[in-house]
Design a protein around this ligand. Structure first.
Ligand code: THU
Length: 132
């Protein structure tokens, strides 16, 4: 099975567990690390709206908790269309990825669009920017 299909399947399964009673917009994500480990996440909303977290954030947290730090690919899946990670999540992906990190966006109809992080966030702030 192609890697992309594998992360598509687990992200889709995880999406079903999303806690999205306010937006009713369920999102699933799966990260594939450079060590071929896969971690999933879903959006978790909150009655205090800003406390909610995106699916990508959940998957990245699970990756870090497991001791992995390098994202090779990340896939997100929603029901309406192929959505792209929000700016906040792109910054999170940049922390653990690089310009060539692949970002796949899928919908429930089998459509997948793929971008590099460079395409979606070409001029991000990073740790190097804090050095003189
Ligand atoms: N959401 C994600 O989980 N990932 C994204 O990339 C965009 C938006 C979630 C956050 C919120 O729970 C819902 O989608 C509506 O914004």
């Amino acid at each position: 099975m192609a890697v992309k299909n594998e992360i598509l399947q687990v992200a889709q399964e995880c999406r079903l567990n999303a806690y999205a009673p306010y937006s009713e917009f369920k999102v699933g994500a799966a990260v594939l690390t450079v060590n071929n480990k896969v971690f999933v996440g879903c959006n978790v909303e909150n009655a205090s709206y800003p406390c909610g977290t995106c699916a990508e954030a959940g998957a990245i947290s699970a990756m870090i908790a497991a001791g992995e730090h390098c994202i090779a690919e990340i896939l997100i899946i929603a029901d309406t269309k192929c959505i792209l990670p929000c700016g906040n999540c792109l910054q999170k992906i940049a922390e653990f990825g690089n310009a060539e990190t692949l970002i796949h966006s899928a919908d429930l109809h089998g459509n997948i669009k793929t971008f590099t992080l460079q395409q979606l966030l070409p001029h991000n702030f990073d740790a190097g920017d804090m050095k003189c």
